[in-house]
Design a binder for this molecule. Sequence first.
Ligand SMILES: [Zn+2]
Length: 632
Amino acid sequence: MPGYNGNRSYNNNNGSQGGRPRWTETTAFTNPYNFITLGNKCMKKPYEEYTKSPLKTGWIECTLTTKTPLFIPNTTNEDAFRINTKDHKSYDFFSYDDIKGQDRNKEFSEPVIPASSIRGAMRAMYEAVTDSCMSTADDEKILYKRTPIPKLPGMLKKDDKGWYIHPAERVMLKFQPFPPLPNEVSVNINNYHEGQEVYIQKSTTRHMGNPNMPYVVSAIADKKDIKNNITVLGYVHIGEYMHSKKYESVFVLEDNLNDKNRIRVTEEDVENLRKTLKLYEDRTINITARHKGYPQYEVKEGALVYYDKDRIYMTPSCISKEVFNNQLKQILNKNSGYNPCSSKEVCSACALFGMIANDGKENTAISSRLRFTDAQAEPRTNKNEYYEKITTLSELASPKVSSTEFYMEKPFVHADLWNYDYAINWKGYSAEIVKEYKPRIRGRKVYWHSKTTITSTEPTKRNSTVRPVRAGINFTFKIYFDRITEEELKKLVWTLNLGANENANCHKIGKGKPIGFGSVKIKVDTVVERKVEIKNNTLTRSENKITVDLKDAVNLNSNNIKEILKITDFSKAPNNVRYPMGDSGKGGENGVGPHQWFIANKSFSNTPMKPTIYKTLPKILDSNNTLKDYKM
Ligand SMILES: [Zn+2]
């Protein structure tokens, strides 16, 4: 029996089962982000080799000009504009002023861009320019994904040999207010709790008469009721909240389970199940406000789980987010050493910007040879001239790393579906693992520029209201460098102005990058070298302007540089930058949105029961960088 949920709407009545896809492609869009490809191998060498003389010390003076609205919050006040919407936050732009408790509607401060914002963006770009490690890849982040492989129901148990799963059969339990079909009972689910022991009568035919579907509960009681034929022992399982869901479950354990049929699981598998639950509790991942997760669920003996026979992944839900064995760091390591540096052998970005690491044996720390200052705004008599009007940002909910058709390379071998851990091909309705599959990530995430910003009219608890700095404001800042080589200086200047002061290549900093905020042009105005020399037994200091020749700073023929120059070109910013949109035709808050695009993309060329990836994210250097929305 395929163990999928009876609550997926496509199982009910839309007639698509086994039929042809009914999605159509509509409006073109450019996904807000894309990826700079990684090279063949991340070059790492001993730190000492980066610091061979002659070395230079001095500073770089830069001008930063906003090309679109820019926003960096002053987080000392989360109700800066007194918006009267519950749980809605509003922020003024970053400044040195303490604005705690103030109504900022008519107050204006001098805007400041904190050094950390510039430094972070410059480091990420320097990593891309020099093909360095991906230092911000966070291995603590648990990768997750909704698995398409249907799972089997069971109960987690323990005996003297350790943990095992007792296989079960799922029987669908209709809940109110949904009326029972003939053959069904509809219960008040609030009267039941997770794992509760009940007795049921199973329906004589499967749900909707469909041979792939489970049976349904025809009658239910707290005690065995032989007179009314309510005699099958089962356990209530209350799954996650889902829009349009009508059924919960009763798990009926397999009879006469001998030792051989117990499905053995390890402590680690049980630990992974705990991590999965933690994901459900993490509200940043559950963006649906009504999603309640599993308040009653506990990982212990007797816990009801879904599992996958071939690869033991247990989850509390049938089609569910999972914790994967392959953490991002491991994938990066397999991707030719792009995992964050962790020893004295470092990449060029870690050598220049510094790093702190612990490889399990010892701590390694390399101090930064660069110091960034805050960026100060050019003086204005009226401080309100710095700012755009107060704006409510469009919700920043975005496709997550679980969107593997965007984040992962398409496998070399054919696969219908792939993710961080495995790839599959469909054989009938069963999934076959592609053995040669090696997960590869697309590269370093970067954002397209856009000449328009996406704002919202309605303040809600899921968006925020801000006062951005407007386009056309100049800021100045300095970077002090300490004992760096000529080559490092060239690459640093190239990274700052992206090849030339005069070109239109811009960086993205601050908040709202996917919705058109934060494009800035950085120009390198002056580079000063400071020398301390001993002449005739006297210490002399000199400060001299130097010119930095960018001619061979980088290899203009390499893919990463070509991609950087294309995606950072503000003059060629696409005019349709936004997240994908899918319209299932079902209406409601769940029927339209980016997540529906990903559902459509996996069922476009196959049935929803056999999800198959249809389109992947175009590459930066492709002539057409757009994809199309889907509509049912
Ligand atoms: Zn590194």
